[in-house]
Design a protein around this ligand. Structure first.
Ligand SMILES: C[S@@+](CC[C@H](N)C(=O)[O-])C[C@H]1O[C@@H](n2cnc3c(N)ncnc32)[C@H](O)[C@@H]1O
Length: 230
């Protein structure tokens, strides 16, 4: 478990969703909605969201779940997951305090595993990221789907430069002003330009045992949704 990451999210939990909406100019709402639609389209009766934070993505997913779908929502930060547990929309979901590196679930359990805006935070290291992805792969049933919504790297150079400038200057400053956390948004701003582009992330998913990896990008490539199958 990364104690640094745990501290960052525990520190910003109370204002996390507000800061997200402000920093993305509200775009995180349609991004999550689209990722939830991609995730839910394959159906299944047992879904897991890892690194679910305050449950913003989980709410979008829960709205698309069938009446027989059981939904488990997990994160390792108590302040973050406590907020998810207070959400009316998630009253039927099982809330689990768990480190995604070692999930407390049997092999071949879930039809769907979802993660949003967290792969970038769990580790910037390719080999360690593959370890986490293999853990998600382990708990999926054969044929189960993995959905990853994450910031990406725009392929157009001018857009990439503008995106990095925005992240470096605005995210750090505005995030700090609203949340009061000195280190939290500095850390988040640091991870965005260092994360993999969509093609590289596809390769890491294949290396981690997944197949049929596909992705779509949104907002000029600033964000990508990856879909992979066990
Ligand atoms: C940027 S937030 C994203 C939250 C949510 N998925 C969303 O879309 O708003 C990242 C979350 O990942 C969680 N996280 C990071 N590393 C983790 C780990 N190893 N195990 C479980 N949760 C982790 C943090 O506690 C935090 O709640």
């Amino acid at each position: 478990m990364s104690k640094g990451v745990l501290k960052v999210f525990s520190e910003v939990a109370h204002l996390y969703e507000l800061v997200n909406h402000v920093l993305t100019l509200g775009l995180d709402i349609p991004w999550r909605k689209r990722a939830a639609q991609v995730a839910a389209s394959g159906g299944g009766t047992l879904w897991l969201e890892v690194c679910s934070g305050t449950g913003d993505m989980a709410v979008s997913l829960q709205k698309l779940a069938g009446p027989d779908t059981k939904f488990v929502v997990s994160d390792f930060s108590l302040p973050m997951i406590s907020r998810a547990s207070e959400k009316e929309e998630l009253r039927t979901a099982t809330i689990s305090l768990a480190d995604s590196q070692q999930l407390p679930f049997h092999d071949n359990t879930f039809d769907l595993v979802v993660i949003s805006f967290a792969t970038r935070n769990i580790t910037p290291n390719r080999l360690r990221l593959a370890m986490f992805l293999r853990e998600f792969h382990r708990v999926l049933k054969p044929g189960g789907r993995f959905i990853n919504l994450e910031t990406s790297q725009p392929s157009s150079t001018p857009i990439r430069i503008a995106f990095r400038f925005y992240t470096k200057q605005v995210v750090k400053l505005v995030g700090r002003m609203i949340s009061g956390s000195k280190t939290g948004y500095a850390y988040l701003a640091h991870t965005v330009p260092r994360f993999f582009n969509a093609e590289a992330l596809s390769s890491i998913l294949y290396e981690s045992g997944f197949s049929e990896v596909k992705f779509v990008t949104m907002t000029f490539g600033a964000v990508a949704i990856h879909r992979a199958v066990k």
